[in-house]
Write a protein that binds this ligand. Sequence first.
Ligand SMILES: Cc1ncc(COP(=O)(O)O)c(C=O)c1O
Length: 422
Amino acid sequence: MAKLALLGGSPVRNKPYPSWPQGGPGETSWLDKVLKSNRWFAGLQGDDPDALGSIFGERFAALHGARFGLSVANGSVAIEIALRALGVKRGDEVIVPSYTFVSTATSVLMVGAVPVFADIDKQSYCLDHRDAARRTGEHTRAILPVHLGGHMADMPSLVEIAGKGGIAIIEDCAQAIDSDLGGQKAGTWGELGTFSFQSNKTMTAGEGGLVMTNDPNLAERVVAFRAFGRFRGQGGVRSSDLTCRHLSSNYRLSEFQSAVLLAQLEKFPEQDTRRQANAARLTKGLNEIPGVRHILVNRPSMKHGYYYYLVRFEPALYGNLDPARLCDALNAEGVPFVPGDRKPIYRHPVFEVKNLNDYLCPRALERYCQVVDLRNPQCPAAEEACGCTIILRHQVLLGEPEDMDDIIEAFWKIQKNIDELR
Ligand SMILES: Cc1ncc(COP(=O)(O)O)c(C=O)c1O
């Protein structure tokens, strides 16, 4: 039996996997256009018709079958703007999943509202609709599902729950560009969808974000909240015709970032096809290995966006290894897995009442204390996921088909040598 590379044996592979982000002639050419023009920003409200920001927004929305795509500075403020556009206010409650990036919930706090942490579904790692339903009440204004890693949340069930309660849905699609459930794309199930173009994402300008909606009134509010809370008057977009009606700040994206995003969008379909094919090959191989499972509910109607390829391992069959130790063994074989989140988001100290005291108004803080119990959060699936989940980043899926076979071989090797790792 081949010896594990971590313990001095030869690795399965020595070749690196593709790196990310990837720039090229397309990015250079679009950037050059901006540099040589005298338009370096997208206009007072960020939506001048000839601005690259507007063109990118339209094309990105078209990819998702949506009416409006409004570019903003990043995915975190995209959530804030979406909440403000809906009129979510101090003390309102917003249901968020417990296993996600922290800003899904901190964005709720940024508008003075209360994040209510709900558990995830053990199969998909996305918001558990039953637990979300259990936690809705008279103060719930929105549900904020995350399509984790690119896997669609159970949107039909969430839409039903929201519909019954008169509650809005904002989909956090930061990890789910072009994900799809039953032919309907991420970002179009709820009132609003938010996206991120931060450096790790499958489409990136280093930083960037977007708010998507089909509703013209919400689109108008997003545009206003994107730029100082200023609304258009009759006269158009001269600054003298803009009236500041709501408190906001400047969340516009620069034309340089939009230029890079236009080039990324052009390359996306080819990269997406490659990721889908490689992920399918990888899943087929991993499914044969005892005790490892790709986080993918068997829904033929879902298209996974593959921001992350999440793998859950059965601790009992893997010597109760810590995820970091398993990643060390895989990394030594030349396969770049990283541990998944090590704690549910509510374990970040920012969510402790003593730390929120300085930021939330008394009414919101009182509400928070009533609905959030950090001593007994009752999110067992999220807690469990932190101890048995590892992640492959999407750029690995841009390799050749044979590169996937190396990943499968590394898993087999570790599985057969598991006693050595204990
Ligand atoms: C699920 C989720 N929500 C929100 C964000 C925030 O996006 P950004 O980093 O662009 O602010 C991220 C990004 O990292 C994310 O993964």
